[in-house]
Design a protein. Structure first.
Length: 201
């Protein structure tokens, strides 16, 4: 992962992609029990201490399985991460595949941080993981929603409405020296093969 100050890395990661703060509208909150297939694509930036990197992502959620493609400096090339409640695997552009703890170690090396991969599928939807204790606060100004869970603080700065459902458009997650920023450029539900319309906030 490249090494440069967080302030510079954040500016580079988010330059040219300012997103106006938008509160959750009259749409429904996502229900992970019924919203079991969705995709999202956008940009992500991660900093751990004085190290940072940024890149683009495509997220495919198929029931309890997450397939996350990372591209650019963040992943040191292209990588695919597959997460289920009981497994984790990582494949890179060179054809190398790692599972379990080896995959976690490689991700820590590439990203500079150990992220809560099983919880991220809920946080991407602006929800707390229902299996863990959480504090959720709604506000009348940005951040419109704050979730505190598993030592992480998530702040949601902007939302979009996709097929009548409010989903995050921009949010950040912080824990100690680790900071993550996510901008979603496009949401789609269900999976693209289902022929659903795509929403670009």
């Amino acid at each position: 992962m490249s090494r440069f100050p967080w302030s510079v890395f954040a500016a580079l990661a988010l330059a040219g992609c300012a997103v106006a703060p938008r509160a959750p509208e009259s749409g429904a909150s996502p229900d992970p029990g019924s919203l079991r297939q969705w995709t999202a694509s956008g940009r992500i930036a991660i900093a751990a201490g004085t190290e940072g990197g940024s890149g683009s992502f495509t997220w495919i959620q198929d029931d309890a399985e997450t397939r996350l493609d990372l591209r650019g400096p963040l992943g040191t090339g292209a990588v695919r991460l597959v997460v289920t409640p009981g497994s984790l695997s990582l494949a890179d552009g060179a054809g190398q595949t790692l599972d379990a703890e080896a995959a976690r170690a490689e991700l820590r090396s590439r990203l500079g941080a150990d992220l809560p991969w099983n919880q991220l599928r809920y946080w991407m939807l602006g929800l707390a993981d229902p299996g863990e204790v959480a504090i959720v606060q709604e506000a009348d100004s940005t951040p419109w929603r704050v979730i505190e869970q598993s030592g992480w603080r998530l702040a949601y700065q902007s939302f979009a409405t996709v097929q009548g459902v409010n989903v995050p458009q921009r949010f950040s997650a912080e824990r100690e020296s680790v900071r993550v920023r996510v901008i979603v450029d496009a949401w789609s539900a269900p999976l693209p093969s289902g022929g659903a319309a795509e929403a670009r906030p």
